[in-house]
Design a protein around this ligand. Structure first.
Ligand code: DGL
Length: 271
């Protein structure tokens, strides 16, 4: 098979990256995807950079071994810790992360204002978002706060309309906003698990702050790179294969909520 017919590999520590896959499917409806959730080792967000690099290399190897034409690191924590490493290891395979597209989207929305990055501890400590935002606009004021509880909540399947999600989202956001004189103009969801709480967060933040995530900008960047002349004139609809390193039945059930459509089957893999 020529490279053009191969699927695009996508991975995350768990189900959060399905929010990116969803955006990819919208802009690339004719492409096929293999999605890997490393559910056995989630969360990545509280692990050291060295451990996340090792996990990211193993997840990528599993996808590359199956034959892919591009790799999307649909995890901010892994993008922060391992993107240059993965790009170097698998060159000339195109490798995309979610941080640079997310920073671009947030900087565009913020003008010369302020951006609050909500992410995992690993992503906040790494500082890649802060650097990328300043690279787009050095005049931005940037704050970053870790919200690891949201990852747990999302993976446990607490939908944003649940009472638990409401209570935790409110408490975490209040903590994240502590010390601000004025609301930040842009709240950047710097973890792929967070977009499922977007409506809840929007209701809590009110009109004063725009909420941005990296799913759509990442998808557009991938599309522009792999189909530089516009949508492929394929007459087929792409397929998706799902892999997880643990809890395949949970992944199928809860993952459907992240993806916005039913997931029929999930294959158990060992990395
Ligand atoms: N979804 C991942 C991210 O975007 C991390 C969640 C975790 O494993 O801590 O950072």
């Amino acid at each position: 098979m020529s490279d053009a017919g191969l699927p695009i590999g996508v991975f995350d520590s768990g189900m959060g990256g399905l929010t990116v896959l969803r955006a990819l499917q919208v802009v690339l409806p004719h492409e096929s995807f293999i999605y890997l959730g490393d559910s056995a080792r989630l969360p990545y967000g509280n692990k050291s950079a060295v451990t996340v690099q090792q996990y990211a290399l193993q997840a990528s190897a599993a996808l590359v071994d199956r034959g892919i034409k591009a790799l999307v690191v649909a995890c901010n924590t892994a993008s922060a810790a391992a993107l240059p490493l993965l790009a170097q290891r698998y060159a000339p395979l195109p490798v995309f992360g979610v941080i640079e597209p997310g920073a671009q989207a947030a900087a565009n929305a913020a003008g010369d204002g302020s951006v609050l990055v909500l992410a995992t501890e690993g992503t906040v400590m790494d500082g890649t978002y802060q650097r990328q935002l300043l690279a787009v606009n050095a005049g931005l004021t940037i704050y970053a706060r870790a919200c690891p509880l949201w990852v747990t909540l999302a993976e446990q399947g607490y939908a944003e309309d649940s009472q638990e999600a409401g209570t935790v989202a409110e408490a975490v956001l209040a903590h994240a906003l502590r010390g601000f004189q004025n609301r930040p103009m842009v709240v950047l969801l710097g973890c792929t698990h967070f977009p499922i709480f977007r409506d809840k967060l929007a209701a809590l933040l009110g009109d004063a702050a725009a909420i941005v995530d990296s799913a759509q900008t990442t998808a557009l960047q991938v599309a522009a790179a792999i189909q530089p002349t516009g949508a492929a004139k394929a007459d087929r609809v792409g397929s998706v294969m799902f892999l997880a390193t643990d809890g395949v039945e949970r992944f199928r059930r809860v993952g459907s909520y992240f993806l916005g459509e039913p997931i029929d089957a999930v294959e158990l893999v060992t990395l």
